[in-house]
Design a protein around this ligand. Structure first.
Ligand code: CU
Length: 217
């Protein structure tokens, strides 16, 4: 029996000394066991002592289909954000989600998506395309304005954080459950935490070879 390969991820959280203001910032380094950066992780801080104000963007965000892939692969948004799914390809796509957080279905279309999808509760939404099995992407819906996604350097920086207690959530497509930890942001305070999690195997379906006889177009 083959056991799935598990990869260890280390999160290094540093709280830089705050300036004279009453707000702080955090910098989270997301690394694999060899010290390499991990992209597409979403880190967020949920205030525990006060209800955060949530202001969704006035205009919808876009998750495009281009080259028969979703772009971006991971999108982090605040609750109440609307998302459109424009298709930049010549072929049709059929975008759907069966995730509990938000179920929707956009039957075969080309060009601009007809409707914006409202993401009205927090959670992780897995996107797929009925035509192209390899197309997958995620929308991470957050109940806090304090969040960011790691880029190629594996870094997340959050600033303008009022002092207080927060729940740090870290999510990645290969984390089985949202990682959670309590963090205190205190002015003139410096702290370092290291968080390790286990990642599962990459279950993404391999894309059909270009020009193959598979007929996935
Ligand atoms: Cu498609």
């Amino acid at each position: 029996m083959r056991l799935p390969t598990l990869t260890l991820l280390a999160f290094v959280l540093t709280l830089p000394a705050a300036a004279a203001t009453n707000s702080g910032s955090v910098r989270i380094e997301i690394k694999d066991p060899k010290g390499g950066p991990v992209a597409d992780a979403v880190a967020s801080l949920v205030p525990l002592d006060a209800a955060p104000g949530l202001t969704p963007p006035a205009e919808p965000l876009a998750v495009t289909q281009e080259g028969e892939e979703f772009r971006p692969y991971v999108t982090a948004i605040v609750v109440g954000t609307r998302v459109v799914f424009p298709n930049r390809d010549k072929v049709q796509h059929h975008v759907y989600s069966i995730s509990k957080t938000k179920k929707f279905d956009l039957p075969l279309f080309r060009g601009e998506s007809k409707e914006a999808v409202l993401f009205d509760q927090p959670g992780v939404v897995s996107l797929g395309c009925n035509i192209h099995d390899w197309m997958s992407a995620y929308v991470v819906v957050l109940a806090t304005p304090h969040f960011a996604k790691s880029g190629d350097h594996g870094l997340v920086s959050l600033s303008g954080l009022p002092a207080g207690r927060y729940r740090l959530d870290v999510w990645h497509p290969r984390i089985k459950a949202m990682l959670q930890r309590e963090v205190t942001i205190a002015p003139n305070d410096t702290a370092t935490q290291i968080i390790s999690v286990l990642l599962g195997v990459d279950r993404r379906i391999r894309r059909a070879p270009e020009g193959g006889a598979g007929g996935y177009k």
